[in-house]
Design a protein around this ligand. Structure first.
Ligand code: LMR
Length: 325
């Protein structure tokens, strides 16, 4: 009787016990030693320490649980609670505005990008996820993308006819078509095998993804085009999040704020480090475009903004230009 009274008192006080441990399954598709992988681990440590172990975060990297598309479905079904998909992949939820981040040459630095992700448009985009049963918590950086292939990519003409692996994004399809290449949507976990087998000829990603997936082993040329941005939105199952005890949710929000600051602090250095490792491997020739080559790529890719304006929404584009400008 006394034991029962004690248990009831503990439950009413919201104290933790083995029975009310809260588990957050956090699935992602990259390796642990990438900006996203490291930030997920940082969130795990902070969340567990600050809740005194009441919350357990189980991080599943490397598409161990789900591939790109499946992980979004799993989140909506509640099979996992947290993800950090790339902004490009959010379009699969029918929220096309996120694909604006895929537009070539939209941001000239992390600073101009942060004006958007930390500003009114960033908040508006996160709110758009609510109707999909998802709450958007934060934006995490990766970096700026380079093109790779088995032949040098110096001018737009070099892309002609190449099959290029892309993430599932209509804007990225259009970007590759603008170069005369054939876009092929392939899940991230299958990108390396597809490149190794020659199913596709080339791809694009920031150095951190190219290096940690060993793509540099099967791509002889990389062009430092820095033509587009790759970043993430950290999302949770809305019902799960709303049903958390308020004190726990507040602690987790703080842990996410700090993990986000960490993610955005390390992203550039991680990419610089991995680019140096790609160079040091001697397996991939890294080409720095001349100013004239950069200008030619830019000229070929900028029309994608106009082609995709209706698809993304002109108001979103206008807000983007305003906030970055
Ligand atoms: C890709 O599919 O290339 C990236 O979105 C992978 C990632 O999550 O960084």
């Amino acid at each position: 009787m006394a034991a029962l009274a004690l248990l009831t008192a503990l439950a009413l006080a919201g104290c933790s016990g083995a029975h009310d441990e809260i588990v957050i399954k956090f699935s992602h598709v990259v390796t642990p030693d990438t900006p996203k992988g490291m930030a997920a681990e940082r969130f795990r440590q902070l969340a567990e320490a600050r809740t005194g172990g009441r919350v357990k975060v189980r991080v599943y990297p490397n598409s161990q649980l789900y591939k790109d598309k499946e992980e979004l479905e799993a989140l909506q079904l509640g099979a996992v609670q947290m993800l950090a998909p790339s902004l490009a992949k959010i379009g699969a939820l029918g929220v096309r505005e996120f694909e604006a981040f895929d537009l070539p040459y939209l941001f000239d630095s992390y600073a101009s990008l942060h004006k958007v992700t930390d500003g009114p448009l960033g908040r508006r985009l996160l709110a758009r996820l609510e109707s999909r049963g998802i709450r958007g918590l934060a934006f995490w950086d990766n970096g700026f993308k380079d093109f790779s292939a088995n032949r040098p990519l110096r001018t737009p003409a070099d892309f002609k006819g190449l099959k290029m692996r892309i993430q599932g994004s209509t804007v990225l399809e259009e970007q590759m078509r603008a170069l005369g290449a054939q876009p092929q949507v392939i899940a991230f976990s299958e990108a390396y095998p597809a490149l190794a087998a020659g199913v596709v000829d080339g791809t694009e990603n920031p150095p951190s993804n190219l290096y940690t997936q060993n793509m540099h082993r099967v791509q002889r040329h990389l062009t430092r085009s820095q033509h587009g941005y790759l970043g993430y939105v950290v999302i949770v199952n809305k019902k799960f999040w709303d049903d958390l005890p308020r004190d726990v949710r507040t602690i987790l929000e703080g842990a996410m704020r700090d993990a986000t600051a960490y993610a955005n602090r390390i992203a550039k250095d991680e990419n610089d480090k991995d680019l140096a490792l790609i160079r040091a491997s001697g397996l991939t020739v890294v080409h720095e475009p001349t100013p004239a080559e950069r200008a030619a790529l830019r000229r070929a890719l900028l029309p994608v903004h106009a082609t995709m304006a209706d698809y993304i929404g002109r108001d979103v584009l206008d807000a983007l230009y305003r906030e970055t400008g």
